[in-house]
Write a protein that binds this ligand. Structure first.
Ligand SMILES: NC(=O)CC(=O)C(=O)O
Length: 315
């Protein structure tokens, strides 16, 4: 009796590791396409197309685009540039291009984000395409970017956008990927849910700005790993992709698209100019890193718990 209650207490403190789903590949190249964005939507689509082709020609099997890459980042523009993704075809030239390219080039595309029109609502939406060109997942930005830093930056996405309602985790040819868009990066519970559901990689298209970018962009990306050590430590890669900086634009993006490895290390990054960042993802390091710090044994699950609302609701 005593020993069984002791083992229950032990178990609450340090539950056994959840199995990480085996990734479909061990190693592959990811490309973060930090591209310029202009008011000319046709040009933006053609430009993204050529950069994705260039990345694939250099060996990328997964291409990540920035947040809002087909339109300037502004409340005035979102309704004008928005596309009906579900209707597809001519109603969504941006995602039609992504679908064609993923199939033709045999790559997975995490398609940054574009303004999406759905009925009378507009979302900030990321589409994930598999190598067959099919839309595998659609993530609508959950946490809208409503901030007011006096004298620095005020932005209220909620003036025009509606928040998404669901976390998005998707199985692709290059592993299980959790998706967040920009401000979503600030909310650690989203990343922790992805980690708890066995993600190998988190992708965040984002457009931080000249105030918050230098302070928080890299910090948050690396911290997404640190926080997850409480449950699934050191088992993830985190990729961000920003638009390149346009100094004259209404909203000036920070740039610095980055890949962080499963030990919290910056594996590849850039400054603010246009760039394709190519880097290797090696999933064999996920298990290796897991044994390096024995945090799972040390965590105090008897004092704190992460509650997966979706899983609870589905029970
Ligand atoms: N643009 C965003 O959604 C987020 C951002 O710039 C920030 O969090 O800072």
């Amino acid at each position: 009796m005593a020993s069984s209650s002791a083992s229950m207490a032990e178990q609450a403190r340090a539950p056994p590791a959840l199995p990480l789903p085996a990734p479909p590949v061990d190693k592959f190249m990811i490309a973060l396409c930090q591209i310029t964005v202009t008011p000319d939507k046709e040009r933006n689509i053609a430009h993204a197309r050529s950069k994705i082709q260039e990345a694939a020609a250099k060996g990328a099997k997964l291409v990540l685009l920035p947040e809002i890459w087909n339109s300037p980042y502004s409340n005035d523009c979102f309704p004008v540039y928005a596309e009906d993704i579900d209707a597809g075809g001519d109603a969504s030239p941006s995602t039609t291009m992504l679908s064609q390219l993923s199939r033709n080039l045999n790559i997975t595309i995490v398609g940054g984000s574009i303004p999406e029109r759905s009925g009378d609502r507009i979302f900030n939406t990321c589409c994930v395409f598999g190598t067959d060109g099919n839309l595998k997942a659609k993530h609508r930005k959950i946490h809208l970017f409503d901030i007011d830093i006096p004298g620095k930056i005020t932005f209220m996405e909620s003036k025009t956008l509606t928040a998404g309602e669901t976390p998005t985790i998707v199985d692709t040819e290059v592993g299980r990927i959790g998706i967040g868009i920009c401000y979503d990066l600030r909310f650690q519970e989203l990343a922790m849910i992805y980690a708890a559901r066995g993600a190998h990689l988190l992708c965040y298209p984002g457009a931080f700005n000249m105030t918050t970018g230098p302070l928080h962009w890299e910090l948050l990306q690396r911290a997404r790993l640190g926080k997850m050590w409480e449950i699934y430590f050191e088992r993830l890669y985190v990729a961000t992709c920003s638009p390149a900086r346009e100094p004259g634009a209404g909203y000036v993006a920070w740039g610095h698209s980055t890949l962080v490895g499963p030990f919290g290390e910056v594996l590849a990054t850039t400054e603010h100019e246009e760039a394709i960042i190519l880097a290797e993802i090696d999933y064999s390091l996920l298990e290796l890193r897991r044994t390096s710090l024995p945090l799972l044994k040390q965590r105090r699950g008897d004092l704190y718990q992460l509650v997966d609302v979706k899983r609870l609701n589905s029970q």
